[in-house]
Write a protein of this length. Structure first.
Length: 129
C-alpha cells in the first residue's frame, strides 16, 4: 500500500493531463476527479448520465483500492454535474456505494466537463494509522 505521494492504477483511466489519479498527504488521500472513461479504451462509456455515473464510481473504487482505502474511508466528496436535472439519478448511483455515516458532500452544476462528460466526482479519504 502506497501511503506517500501519488498513486496510479491501470484499473482507472490514465490522467489526461499533468496530474495524478490520487495523492496521499499525511493521513488524507485526495483523488483526482473521475469521469466515465473506460480505463482500457480511454473512451466515454455512454451518452447517458446513469452509465457514466456507474463508471465514475467504478473508477473511483479502483483508485481508492490502489491507495489502500475504500468508500468507507471517504470523508468528503464533490460531484460536478453538467445538468443539475441529473442530480437524483447520480445520487441514486452514488448512494449505492456508501453506508452511514455518509461523507460530507458538495454538488455543483458546471458549464462543461472534460471530454464532455455529464458527471465528475472527486473524493477525499482518511485512513488513520
Amino acid at each position: 500500500m502506497n501511503r506517500t505521494g501519488s498513486i496510479h492504477t491501470a484499473d482507472a483511466p490514465a490522467a489526461v493531463g499533468p496530474y495524478s489519479q490520487g495523492y496521499w498527504a499525511g493521513e488524507l488521500f485526495f483523488s483526482a476527479g473521475q469521469v466515465g472513461l473506460d480505463p482500457g479504451s480511454g473512451e466515454m462509456v455512454g451518452e447517458d448520465v446513469e452509465t457514466q455515473a456507474a463508471r465514475v464510481m467504478d473508477n473511483l473504487d479502483a483508485v481508492l483500492t490502489e491507495a489502500g482505502v475504500s468508500f468507507a474511508d471517504v470523508v468528503k466528496t464533490t460531484i460536478f454535474l453538467a445538468d443539475m436535472g441529473d442530480f437524483s439519478t447520480v445520487n441514486e448511483i452514488y448512494a449505492a456505494r456508501f453506508e452511514p455515516p455518509y461523507p460530507a458532500r458538495s454538488t455543483v452544476a458546471v458549464k462543461t466537463l472534460p471530454k464532455d462528460a455529464l458527471v465528475e466526482i472527486e473524493v477525499i479519504a482518511r485512513k488513520a494509522g
